[in-house]
Design a protein around this ligand. Structure first.
Ligand code: NA7
Length: 532
């Protein structure tokens, strides 16, 4: 007899909702969270400038009409502290905190075939058993610090943005080096530049960024929007990205150039990445189409940055727009016009070492008081692989995923009975509105567990054939787009030695949801169901 029905790992958006949904279905649930507070990625990434790139009206729970009516977002794009307050409110409103154990890291989860239960070990040495094991560890949790020789000798302070000190960091008057110019680096840089004596931005690959045009959500606009929130949420679930976007519905290559310029300019003025990439149907599938949007973006960089040499270094050329996360910022490029900001091009002069006083490249030494690493994550599979997960016959998940992470429907790995992965590899996850994709997965998992009970089954596991077929489909869809062309974290290229596999499903949130619903309605084909 298991201690619990379900153990959940993580208490970010996914873990919080899993606790609520599964408890509401009458199950006993405990979530373990390594952090000292709930919030997951929004707990850890408290660096200055941290902000979601999906609008607050979309990046929020839809499961409770009352919640969505009573909560008021202050801005179009929510900043990290507000998202954290929101998640705290959700946890309090639905009485979830007693079921979440903080400061506790799950270290191992082992399936017992004889007993049909999971034994879950935590870093305090405790072991708890459960019928089901739900990973809600998040896609961007295991952060990476590059191995730079001499980092341990640095006499200043260094930080990774994904483990930002809760008390904040005062960079006033400091000489700061920032490594990394992804979404995070682009968000944190202007905040540091505003107070630091000097900011050196160490750039390996320049990135595309569109404006946020962030603004307060005026009460009148909010009231009008909320009057049709239910309808809007339905549209979101059926949409391609989990956010209803109005595009032209036409390929850019068929359009007169002046119309294209007008459309892109309007969207540039309106801000936001999704409406930009969604403007035309061919931008993410046809290189020639993508070249059009890329040139538009490079023109915006050139007109913003005063020094033409700096502007050229900031112009991305090595990957299609959108094949790496399209960054969003209102002030990143303009920041390079400040006298205290220097761009260091690591392509021509790579980093060589850290010493007591600062950072060296192959051509210069930079005296620094602090280094900020915004160097990203072992995404999608990294956090789960840090747990010693063992399925049927003691097979380790890390071994099973040696050639790349995989899961049937992106939610269940073959050979790991009664284990579910919220927004796992093979699901739309990071290329969708995560809040919506999380809800969809959690509800599907809840319903699957409900189905087992209602039909006298005790176990469920994806078959290898179903997993293979699904991942082949995921790959086929991915390779019909430009996504695999970039050396991105989507494909694992940012982690030395990680297999290069594109595991995010880019066939659309709506079609994906329908597929999951069909499988459930048909009694879970592709899964082996077993009696207790
Ligand atoms: P990203 O997008 O993975 O960006 C990491 C950045 O760090 C990127 O510019 C990297 O350059 C750079 N990087 C990584 N390792 C090194 C080394 N060794 N030397 C120099 N530069 C390095 O992570 P983020 O945190 O910005 O964003 C992750 C997601 O979080 C984001 O997409 C949103 O969905 C939220 P590279 O491009 O690899 O040359």
């Amino acid at each position: 007899m298991a201690d619990l029905d379900v153990v959940v790992v993580g208490a970010g958006f996914a873990g919080i909702y899993a606790v609520h949904a599964l408890r509401s279905a009458g199950l006993t649930v405990r979530a373990f969270e390594a952090g000292g507070g709930i919030g997951g990625t929004w707990f850890w990434n408290s660096y200055p400038g941290a902000r979601c790139d999906v609008e607050s009206k979309d990046y929020s729970f839809s499961f409770s009409p009352e919640l969505e009516q009573e909560w008021s977002w202050s801005e179009r794009y929510p900043a990290q502290p507000e998202i954290l307050r929101y998640l705290g409110h959700v946890a309090d409103r639905f009485g979830l905190r007693p079921h979440i154990q903080l400061n506790t890291r799950v270290t191992a989860a082992v399936w017992s075939e004889d007993e049909a239960l999971w034994s879950v070990t935590t870093d305090d040495g405790a072991v708890v058993t459960a019928r089901f094991f739900v990973s809600a560890v998040g896609c961007l949790s295991a952060y990476q610090v590059p191995s730079l020789p001499g980092l341990e000798t640095f006499e200043g302070s260094w930080y990774h943005t994904a483990r930002w000190p809760a008390e904040g960091v005062d960079f006033t008057g400091k000489r700061v080096g920032l490594i990394g110019t992804g979404s995070t680096g682009i968000q944190v840089a202007p905040e540091v530049a505003a107070v630091a004596a000097e900011l050196y931005v160490f750039q390996r690959t320049p990135n595309y960024a569109v404006p946020n045009r962030n603004r307060p959500w005026e009460p009148e606009a909010e009231r009008a929007f909320k009057s049709r929130y239910r309808e809007y949420r339905k549209e979101a679930r059926e949409s391609f990205l989990g956010v209803p976007i109005t595009g032209t519905g036409r390929p850019v290559l068929d359009e007169p150039p002046e119309d294209v310029q007008r459309t892109f300019s309007e969207r540039w003025r309106a801000g936001g990445g999704m409406p930009f990439l969604g403007a035309y149907t061919d931008l993410l599938v046809d290189q020639a189409a993508n070249d059009v949007i890329a040139e538009f973006m490079r023109d915006r960089i050139r007109e913003t940055v005063d020094d033409p040499a700096v502007a050229e270094l900031l112009c991305p050329r090595t990957f299609p727009v959108g094949s790496k996360r399209l960054c969003q910022s209102d002030d990143y490029y303009a920041m390079f016009n400040r006298p205290n900001v220097t761009l260091v091009d690591l392509r021509s002069t790579p980093l060589s070492a850290v010493s007591a006083g600062g950072l060296s490249t192959t051509s210069a030494f930079y005296e620094l008081d602090a280094i900020v690493f915004a160097t990203g994550f072992d995404a999608i599979s990294g956090a789960l692989r840090q747990i010693d997960v063992r399925g049927t016959s003691g097979v380790a998940l890390a071994d099973q995923w040696a050639a790349g992470p995989r899961a049937y429907l992106g939610v269940a790995a073959a050979g790991f009975p009664n284990m579910f992965i919220v927004t796992g590899p093979g699901s739309p996850s990071v290329l969708s509105n995560m809040a919506l994709s999380i809800e969809q997965h959690v509800e599907w998992i809840r319903d699957c567990i409900g189905y087992l009970s209602a039909h006298g089954y005790g176990t469920v596991q994806a078959t290898s054939d179903a997993e293979d077929a699904w991942m082949a489909h995921v790959t086929e869809v991915a390779y019909s787009t430009l996504f695999p062309k970039a050396d991105s974290w989507y494909i694992g290229a940012n982690i030395p030695g990680k297999p290069r596999v594109f595991t995010t499903y880019v066939g659309g949130v709506g079609p994906y949801g329908s597929k999951c619903d069909e499988v459930a309605a048909a009694g879970y084909p592709g899964f082996a169901l077993g009696v207790p």
